[in-house]
Design a protein around this ligand. Structure first.
Ligand code: 4AZ
Length: 398
């Protein structure tokens, strides 16, 4: 958080050092050793230097804090940013990927720090790391356990940055109590934030952890529930008694994230899907469509053109009118991803008929999706890459 300039911070550190000389690490955390728990964590770099944490949420998308990528008059350029994936050592240079696009939340406020969330589209997909799951609707309850990790400052009194990822266990703090405390410093928390840590300030996230993940256990896995945002008192940014860390409430942004990344989390109508999504990640069972022997083999294929929906007509692939389109109206289909058909030379005449991408959904509905919505219509975009993970039975588009 850049609420306090570094110089002021350093001066304040001298003042508070007497009382808080004992705290070490993320603030009082431990080295993250479990190689699975944080495998999707990213170090966000600007001009090659670690500035914040981030989390991989789809092969080509990461989420971080808006304040990490903001300047006084806008958003930093994507070309200055990169992420490091797949290592707990922040100095590791093995997998550093450039950032291709930065999507800051349109309602981010650098005054209230409301909507402190941003998406990063990576220049290439990270295919060997399973992205973290986003927290859904479960309420965040006081005392619930959570964990934060990062390469941020480990000291409340000086600057002490680790090379290895640090983690700490925190508790969700009662929101009314936390906001009450912050109100005394004229900081007004919003419903897009929650507090985690300890009222005695014993464990906390700190400078450099921003943008990174707060996870909560959900059954036998973890969900991304928070993004390190800001916190602290006027005199102490981290580990300050009565001022636990503040986190962006990820569950409030699932729909927004879906819209940009296409990570499909909720059931929405096909039309809504087509209108609002730019890219798609579809999890589901994969089975080849038997187009050779099934009449109307392609009636599950839809495409959107100028806001109108068309269904592909035809019987056998050899049938001449297999490529005819019929307009359809008022489709509302709950997406249940069952099948993907990738375009190819389906009738064997040596030309590619479907050199665009088609998704199957449920038993008899599907649509073409190489579209980017612009001025209310779909326009064909760059070809998307498709990856099929046979073990996970998952197909990903990016
Ligand atoms: C920061 O400046 C920052 N104690 C991150 C977390 C907290 C405070 C400051 C929470 O990045």
């Amino acid at each position: 958080m850049k609420i306090l300039p570094l110089l002021v911070l350093l001066m304040l550190e001298t003042i508070v050092s007497a009382q808080h000389a004992v705290n070490l690490r993320i603030i009082n955390g431990t080295k993250a050793t479990d190689t699975h728990q944080w495998e999707w964590i990213l170090s966000l770099r600007q001009h090659g230097e670690h500035i914040c944490g981030a989390s991989l949420i789809a092969p080509q998308w990461a989420v971080t804090a808006a304040h990490c990528i903001s300047t006084d008059d806008g958003v930093v350029s994507a070309s200055s940013l990169s992420v490091m994936a797949g290592s707990y050592n922040v100095y590791n240079q093995d997998t550093v990927i450039s950032v291709k696009k930065v999507v800051r939340h349109p309602q981010y406020s650098d005054v209230s720090i409301d909507n402190d969330i941003a998406l990063l589209k990576l220049a290439s997909a990270v295919s060997d790391i399973t992205p973290v799951t986003l927290a859904q609707d479960a309420p965040l309850l006081e005392h619930d356990p959570s964990f934060v990790a990062g390469w941020g400052n480990m000291s409340t009194t000086t600057l002490e940055f680790p090379s290895e990822l640090m983690q700490v266990d925190l508790k969700i703090i009662d929101f009314a109590q936390c906001s009450q405390s912050y109100r005394t410093e004229e900081i007004y928390l919003t419903d897009n934030m929650f507090c985690a840590g300890y009222m005695d300030g014993s464990k906390d996230s700190c400078q450099g952890d921003s943008g990174g993940p707060l996870i909560i256990p959900q059954g036998n896995y973890y969900e991304l529930a928070g993004i390190v945002s800001f916190g602290g008192s006027e005199t102490q940014m981290c580990g300050a008694p009565n001022f636990p860390g503040i986190y962006t409430k990820v569950q409030n942004y699932v729909a927004w994230i879906e819209r940009y990344t296409g990570i499909l989390k909720r059931h929405i109508s096909l039309e809504e899907t087509l209108k609002t999504r730019e890219f798609y990640t579809i999890d589901g069972t994969f089975s080849w469509h038997d187009f050779e022997n099934v009449p109307n083999a392609f009636d599950w294929v839809y495409q959107m053109q100028n806001g109108r929906m068309f269904q592909l007509q035809g019987k056998q692939p050899t049938d001449n009118d297999v490529f005819g389109w019929k307009e359809v109206y008022g489709l509302t289909i709950t997406p249940q991803w069952q099948m993907i058909y990738l375009g190819s030379d389906i009738d064997g005449d040596g030309t590619t008929k479907f050199d665009w991408i088609v998704l199957g959904m449920h038993t008899n509905a599907a649509y073409k999706l190489e579209g980017v919505r612009e001025n209310g219509t779909f326009k064909y975009s760059d070809k998307l890459d498709i990856h099929y993970d046979a073990t996970a039975q998952t197909v990903r588009f990016y």
